[in-house]
Design a protein around this ligand. Structure first.
Ligand SMILES: [Zn+2]
Length: 320
């Protein structure tokens, strides 16, 4: 199957009217050269109760959704497909409350869990690293917006941002939540996110020292105490940070707890790096494709052991 996806809502509704069609779509993406029985390797099977596949040769029963983020779901596949379509067709995504409303889900908890499961599928492991000219800087997100300059943590979360610069334009991005702005944290992020041989442009913070020995060309702009200097000297990274903060405050009303920040960064990256896609359907396709290759996350693992992070109704805490 070539990359085949609906281009608009009308096509989406025509494509994915039944659970059987959704199942077949998942199968095509999960087994591009065809399903094989995991026990005997046979290619002949018949579907049962939509998601089960019964091997004609050895009677082994496997499932289309086992081992994917959809594992153990009791909801119809059509509903999951509508969730994925809605999430990707909205330019800025949606909150759990928004998803609950649009799908008519009975529980906020379900909408919350679905969004978090889908976020896990938004980052493809082993994706290419950034290359060429890359601006890197750290910033605080969450907590109060006060424009504090420095590397103190307070109640905010520190993130590091890398942005490819293509002429005057912004290319791809990578984001990571980091415990501190030490060389260990920053070098590890840069090693994972940027191809050696690239030019890394920073403000010269000591945590960036020593990158030359790891194969990077370093460019430093020393920044004064005024935040606007940073905007001038690392303009692309600061544009991305401004968009990220607007997204967290807008779509999610700023109610993103530290425990989940990394997954929101993944969603933002997923959207940002595909912002020039001609069709929103392509984002949908990517999300479904990655959802069938992303291992399942049981609900209790979606919820870290942290009191403020439980999926409560959005009354000022947790994730909305
Ligand atoms: Zn078999």
């Amino acid at each position: 199957m070539m990359e085949d996806y609906p281009r608009n809502l009308a096509e989406f509704e025509r494509f994915f009217a039944t659970d059987e069609v959704c199942r077949d779509y998942l199968m095509h993406l999960r087994w591009p050269i065809g399903f094989r029985c995991p026990r005997c390797g046979g290619g002949k099977f018949w579907p049962q109760r939509v998601i089960l596949l019964h091997c004609a040769a050895c009677d082994y029963q496997s499932s289309v959704i086992a081992g994917t983020i959809f594992q153990d779901t009791h909801a119809p596949l059509t509903l999951w497909f509508r969730a994925m379509w809605y999430i990707t067709s909205q330019k800025n995504g949606t909150s759990a409350l928004g998803l609950q409303r649009i799908l008519g889900l009975g529980s906020y908890r379900t909408a919350w869990a679905w969004l978090h499961k889908l976020r896990r599928a938004m980052i493809r492991p082993g994706r290419d690293r950034l290359r060429g000219r890359v601006e890197v800087d750290e910033t605080f997100v969450g907590g109060e917006e006060d424009g504090v300059r420095g590397r103190r943590r307070g109640d905010k979360s520190l993130i590091v941002v890398a942005v490819e610069v293509e002429g005057r334009r912004v290319g791809r991005i990578r984001l990571r939540s980091i415990p501190d702005a030490s060389a260990a944290s920053l070098h590890s992020f840069i090693g994972d996110s940027i191809e050696p041989g690239s030019t890394v442009h920073t403000d010269g913070w000591q945590g960036y020292k020593g990158l030359e020995q790891k194969g990077y060309t370093c460019e430093t702009s020393v920044i004064g105490k005024q935040p606007k200097d940073a905007v001038k000297l690392l303009p692309h990274v600061h544009l991305v940070v401004a968009l990220l903060k607007r997204w967290l405050l807008g779509t999610h009303q700023g109610a993103v707890s530290r425990a989940y920040l990394a997954y929101y960064l993944d969603e933002f990256t997923f959207r940002f790096n595909r912002r020039k896609s001609k069709s929103r359907g392509k984002l949908f396709y990517r999300l479904v494709e990655q959802a069938v290759t992303t291992p399942p996350v049981p609900f209790d693992q979606l919820v870290p052991v942290e009191k403020s992070a439980s999926p409560a109704k959005p009354q000022g805490i947790g994730d909305t």
